[in-house]
Write a protein that binds this ligand. Sequence first.
Ligand code: PNW
Length: 483
Amino acid sequence: MSPALPPDFEWGFSTAAYQVEGAVAVDGRGKSIWDTFCHLEPSRTKGANGDVACDHYHRYEEDFELLTRYGAKTYWFSMCWSRIVPLGGRDDPVNEAGIDFYNRLIDALVRRGITPWVTLYHWDLPQALHDRYGGWLDVEESQKDFERYARVCFERFGDRVQDWITLNEPWIQSIFGYATGGNAPGRSSTNKQCTEGNSATEPWIVGKAQIMSHTRAVIAYNQDFRGKQKGRIRISLNGDFYEPWDGADDRDHAAAERTMEFHIGWFANPIFLKQDYPSCMREQLDDRLPAFTDADFAMLRAAETDFYGMNYYTSQFARHRDSPASETDYVGNLDELQQDKGGTPVGEESGLGWLRSCPGMFRKHLTRVYRLYGKPIYITENGCPCPGEDKMTRDEAIDDPFRIRYFDSHLDAICKSIQEDGAEIRGYFAWALLDNLEWSDGYGPRFGVTFTDYNTLERTPKKSALLLKNMFAERQGIKVAAS
Ligand code: PNW
């Protein structure tokens, strides 16, 4: 059989600005909602904040040296909006020192022959926009400010950056930020730690703001930059695969499909299909889901997004509920479970409760997403912490057979989805290049292929980091010299 992956299959590692950069108060950077959230008392982030994080801001050369050692072709990182436009708005000044930093980063990658790919937004909204008009809660204002920020990035970096992601995981930004309140800006009416918010309405408004922001950025790119820069643009959507809890119950089959519509269709229907939200969402949420006007639809149709960016970590079982949905339900009125009716676990436990290794369902997920939305897929995040890794010493943690198996089995799933199911899959990014701030879980869970010592900031490659190159080469039919 011919190799499953083509020789030009793109792969590399990813990170996000607030999780690794640190240097939050240097060179004119404005505050983001995560700076504020991480400094709330009592702490909502296990006492952790991104003030220093991995200090990637000052240590990027060392980190890129690792990329070279690992054989990565590509590196995917996010830019911090408030480094570039500290106050965030379309009439606010651009911070040249912030531009210089990202220029240095990009040039350092290019010098090493590593292709830089950029996410414009990974959850770190400028605090000034949140204060000025409620940030993502103002659909009209936020999309105009995001477009201007995106244009600045295309203008200043687009000569060297040809691959863009507009937004990372708008579902997590909407639901964790505005329904459960577990992420910044920490708004919720169901979470006792939160003083403000409306979980029944706000997440759906924030969803629309992000859909339209993505749309405006794509239109701007296509109209004013694509011709000259010849790049590509996408969005990264999270979402687990769901199977029915009771395979013999049609209502559980429907529940599994419904929750994938609530997680993915919410964004993918308008963006890729140019349609309203999935009908199951309209039925349950009714006019709490903001409508798309004719003008919105015209914009959605004008915004051709090249690819589907998929962040995938795990899968679950869905069990229908007989009672009516509560007003604050956001998954489609069902239970999400890690065991099916017969007690079979969905997959092997990792180092985090929500994440089990489910490569077989990953394959089904890839195939389903390709069939529904019809765009070639890039896996923009995939990875895990190993069981017990948060308590390990460095020397224990760098031996990571669980992660190696996780990568290997998930790459097999990709190959099968391509070869046997006919999906188009073009690239893969392991999350993450190095252990970093895992948001509200603080510095506990370690997703990196590189161990970060948070006292000394010393980096040490884990075994998985050095093996990925061969895992790809084998599947691409590339001969590798024995090392
Ligand atoms: C992603 N969940 O978020 C993010 O894009 C990364 O920044 C993050 O570090 C990574 O996954 C690992 O968590 C998610 O609870 C956070 O299902 C939580 C979930 C999924 C994705």
